[in-house]
Structures are given as C-alpha cells and as structure tokens.
Design a protein around this ligand. Sequence first.
Ligand SMILES: *Cc1c(COP(=O)(O)O)cnc(C)c1O
Length: 398
Amino acid sequence: MDLISKLNLKLKAIDEQSLTRRRRVVDTPSAPRLVVDGRPMLAFCSNDYLGLAAHPRVIEALREGASLYGAGSGASHLISGHGRAHDLLEERLAEFVSPYLESPRALSFCTGYMANLAMLTALGDDPDAEIFSESLNHASLIDGARLARASVKVYPHADVEALAALLEASNASTKLVVTDSVFSMDGDLAPLPEMLALCERHGAWLVIDDAHGFGTLGAQGRGALEHFGLRSPNLVYMGTLGKSAGVGGAFVAAHESVIELMIQRARPYIFTTAAPPALAHALLASIDIIGGEEGAQRRAHLQSLIAQLDSELELARWQRPASTTAIQPVIIGSNAEAMCVGARLYEQGLWVPAIRPPTVPLDTARLRITLSAAHTHDEVAQLAAALNELERTWDESQ
Ligand SMILES: *Cc1c(COP(=O)(O)O)cnc(C)c1O
C-alpha cells in the first residue's frame, strides 16, 4: 500500500467512530457574538472568561507594544530574545502570586503547553523521581510527564486517599504531584488544600496547572492559590495567559531556585524563540485589569451568569456534573448524539463545542459550555431555553 493510502485508512477509521474534527473559520475578534464562516453566531466556546481578548485597553497596549518593541523577539530568551517587556511581565506576575509562594520568581512562556513540558522535564529529569499525575490532567501535563525521565503513577480523579497511598509507598528521591486546579472538561476543582498538606507531609512538590483558574478565581483574580488561601514553599504554579488574560502565553511561578533550574535545563524553554515582546506588553495591561476594580466586576458578572445557567437549565436525559466555574459541561454520552446536539444548536445560531474522546473518557461525549463576563443574561437565557427545548423534543427529532 502506498503512503497516502495508509494515511487515508487511518482517517477513515477516525471518521467511522464519529471522531473527525473540523475547524471553523472565525472572521471576528473573540467575543460572544462572532461571524463564523460568514454567518453570525452566539458562541459559548472560548476560554476568554473575562472578555479581555477584545478589550480596547489590551488591544491598545498590543499596538503600543509593537511600536515600542517591533513585531518579533528575534531569538530565544537565552540569546537576545529576552526583552524589557518580558522582564517586566515576569516581575509583575511574580508579584501577583507572591502572597502564596516563598521567594517567588516567574518565568514566561509562549504557551501553556510548553510551560508544562518545560516544568515537568526540568523538575522530573531524574530516573529516581516520581510523578503522581491526576487521571483527568490536561494533555500537556501528560505529555510533560512522558517526556520527563521520572516514572509516572496515575491516581484516580480527586482521590486524595489513593494519592496518599501512592506517596506512602514511594521511595523516590523527588516526588511531584501534578494536577489541574480547574478540570478543563468538567469545571470542578481539585481538593488542593488536602493535596498540599499531603505533599508537605511527604516532602513532595505540588504542581498546579491553573489554566482555568488564573484571572477568574479569587477576589483579586490571583487564581486557585488565592481561592484556597494556599501558601507553601512546595508549590509550583503554572498559569496561562491566553485564557482569562485574553492574549497568549503562560508562566511558571515558584521558588527562585525552581525557576533558575528551568532556565538552565528546560529544553522547551531554552530551544525556542521568545514570544513577541508586544504580547508581554499587552499582558501587563491585562494583569492590571484582572487585579483591579474592573476585574472584580467582571468576575462578579461571570458568577451571576454561572448561577443563572444553573437555575435555568432543566435537563433530565443529559447529565450536568456539579461545576461552580465558567466551564459548564452537559454530558450527552455517545459521540454521535453529542455531535447531533451540537449541530442542532448550531442550526439555531448557537455555537457550543461537542467534545469527544480522547479529550474526555469513552461514552462521556459532551457539550462544553463556557461562559464569559462578556455574555449577557439574555444570551445565557437563550442558550438555556434552546437546550431545554432540544432535550424535551429529543426523541421526535431523531
Ligand atoms: C489550555 C490549557 C493548557 C495549555 O495552555 P496553552 O497556553 O493553550 O498552550 C494547559 N493546561 C490546561 C489545564 C489548559 O486548559
């Protein structure tokens, strides 16, 4: 068989499981109201939880950053690509999470995916190390653990007792407990205070991926650490900057020695071109908004939308696992049914992504509704009414 035919067989197998993914082309800035392939849509898809991706102040800062620093960084951070804007951003981020860490320092990255690869390969670069990974962790944590030389143990979702047993049984010289704070496909929170207590007892690091918590959790938007009031030298914190912060990139904040080790050793940090410095400049504006009065108002509005969706959705056939965050899943079950529900909503001008395995476990294909402070109460009411009606008439519509 020729090379292309082999690939086409694989693609056909993907299609037969209703797993083919398609991209839609969006013509407008990230917002609830989008033009998608030329058609106006109301979207509940993005991780732009505070609506900062199209915020005039952030856009203006990006423009200003381009005039000050140009379009690209020109090199990796360790050669000549580490600009003033990157440095200011790292200082600002370290200060932002400083109440929760000891001798904190922050390191910025082009993406959260790379930050996780860098962090886990630097800290887990030892065959004697052991990584304890939560079963619903994000793909970038799973891949970082695979790339590290440490051995990996997976513990069941939110199961602190199972984690305790694994730590108890471990003789590893370095122990890394690795978890999402807010689970990206379920919206629930990891039991971080109990996990941190365990880590301190066992001399383990607690690595927290706060991609969906940074900016949205905590009175000042400082994320899961603020929400739970965690403080420990054992904490290694990863926040992303393309979700609530509305721009792109990520950072790791931890004790300065952790950061220094990453600068010396983390290949996904060392061998890549630094992000355009204008992005860092725009992010300074985002962090100001997140930490200020406007950020607090946006978080309060988002919370009221979450409560509204919860009270207005009346579903029986489709399951709604408890979530108090902006991620509100509706579990449909089969891939085909989830795709069909998504398609019916889309026909009505409502865009909610259907998520299938391997992103979520088998037979838990779902709609992943995400709310943003940019949504209005009317828009959320429209979505709830459409979903209620779709479920009510589901058998007939098949
Ligand atoms: C989005 C996400 C990432 C990756 O961040 P990017 O900046 O998009 O690469 C990592 N972890 C979690 C939990 C995420 O949701």
